[in-house]
Ligand binder design. Structure first.
Ligand code: SF4
Length: 414
């Protein structure tokens, strides 16, 4: 008996796969992650990474299907406004399971099932019918297993928590996202360059480090989630005449209402003060963003501009626009090694506005290089989200665990 399991996400899969193995001890179980419905791609990546982690944990072979979002969108066209559990979901199940049938046939499987059956929000009967429909005449038997019963759902949540699995807060597609999050989705749809604090890119990076550390080289990992006041830059520009001056925006700068036209008042140290709106320009030696040492609540609209523009800025009127947002958010800390290690050093998991930050290759090298030391408890490494915004994660970690962590300088990482 060979069972192909269509996998939608790690939380739904973790208990399902465990039970499946218990109930079919002699079957060969193969996983197939196929989720072209997931939007945006960063969310897809996160779910895939976590699925890879639990499959490695459970020693289950996993394959990834195509991310053919456009075809999926065409399949559900005309049903965009349907509520969850409606016709769009039925098509979505058929679509994903029909492709799983093809893959099961390629793999020589005898049975097909799906972890969607585990999801408390899905219609069980609709899934069972979909499974039977797509398997009909294809030489495959669909296993409509109801592992939600008898405390299965609670066990699924318990296991997810224990394994610190990322738990999404919407079903997956863009239409569900609009409905389930009721308009608060602006940041779910934004793709950032780099890994901005609290973003999906930052979270995926941390999960990727965990996948490597835990599953590829066998180092213990632990996570903590923390809340912080996030600052997000929507857009910002400072101009002199028709010339846009290259700049970064200082984190926690507040927005400018409309367009601000201001004249320079004076220069104090490296800061130019303007006569309107609290506008400031900090002259920097290089065109680069800097991490905030301390978390701010809010500051005047402040641009960081290379020193070479000093004369231009001191002699002319500037026109500035700035749109930012401050809101509560969450990020995580990943500890690789033991909490009791002699030394704990930390690295930022996020990147600055100019895209600078550690790379996965550097992290892998570092962990391979210090593998023995980490294993013996001489040292541990910590990867901290949102660290460029005053490092709120570090403070949380130190308060929560009573341990101190020191920064690892970039040249020590490579
Ligand atoms: S809400 Fe979920 S099941 Fe329904 S169409 Fe969207 S992704 Fe598919």
């Amino acid at each position: 008996m060979k069972i192909l399991v269509h996998i939608c996400c790690a939380p739904d899969a973790v208990y399902f796969l465990k039970r499946l193995r218990e109930d079919y001890p002699n079957a060969q179980i193969v996983g197939f992650f196929y989720d072209p419905n997931i939007h945006p791609y960063e969310e897809y990546r996160l779910r895939l990474l976590e699925t890879e982690r639990i499959c490695k944990e459970l020693n289950i072979e996993l394959y990834e299907g195509e991310y053919d979002l456009e075809n999926w969108l065409s399949a559900v066209r005309g049903y965009e406004d349907q509520p969850e559990r409606g016709k769009r979901c039925e098509i979505c199940f058929d679509y994903r399971l029909a492709r799983s049938v093809e893959f099961a046939q390629q793999m020589g499987a005898t049975h097909l099932t799906t972890t969607l059956l585990m999801s408390p929000k899905k219609e069980f009967n609709m899934l069972r019918e979909s499974g039977r429909r797509v398997c009909e005449g294809k030489g495959l038997e669909f296993l409509a297993l109801d592992y939600r019963k008898g405390g299965g759902t609670q066990e699924m949540f318990r296991l997810s928590k224990e394994l610190e699995i990322y738990h999404q807060d919407y079903c997956g597609c863009i239409y569900g996202l609009f409905k389930q999050k009721k308009g608060e989705i602006q940041w779910d749809l934004v793709s950032f360059s780099g890994r901005r604090p609290g973003s999906k890119e930052e979270l995926a990076f941390i999960k990727e480090i965990r996948l490597f550390a835990e599953q590829e080289i066998g180092l213990a990992c632990r996570e903590w989630e923390f809340s912080f006041l996030n600052w997000k830059l929507i857009s910002g520009k400072i101009e002199v005449g028709n010339q846009t001056v290259p700049s970064f925006v200082r984190p926690y700068s507040c927005s400018i209402k409309g367009v601000l036209k201001a004249d320079p008042l004076e220069r104090v140290g490296n800061t130019i003060y303007y006569n309107k709106g609290g506008l400031k320009v900090i002259l920097t030696e290089y065109m680069r963003d800097e991490p905030l040492e301390q978390m701010d609540v809010l500051c005047d609209p402040t641009f960081m501009v290379p020193m070479e523009y000093e004369e231009l800025l001191m002699k002319n009127r500037v026109v500035a626009t700035l749109q930012t947002e401050i809101s509560p958010d969450k990020s995580i800390i990943l500890l690789v090694g033991s909490l009791e290690a002699n030394t704990i050093q930390y690295l930022p998991a996020d990147t600055l506005q100019d895209g600078r930050g550690i790379s996965l290759e550097n992290v892998k090298e570092l962990l391979r290089r210090d593998y023995e030391d980490i294993l013996k408890g001489n040292r541990a490494y910590m990867f901290v989200g949102a660290s460029t915004l005053g490092n709120p994660g570090l403070k949380y970690f130190e308060e929560r665990t009573g341990r101190k962590a020191t920064p690892l300088l970039c040249n020590q990482a490579s």
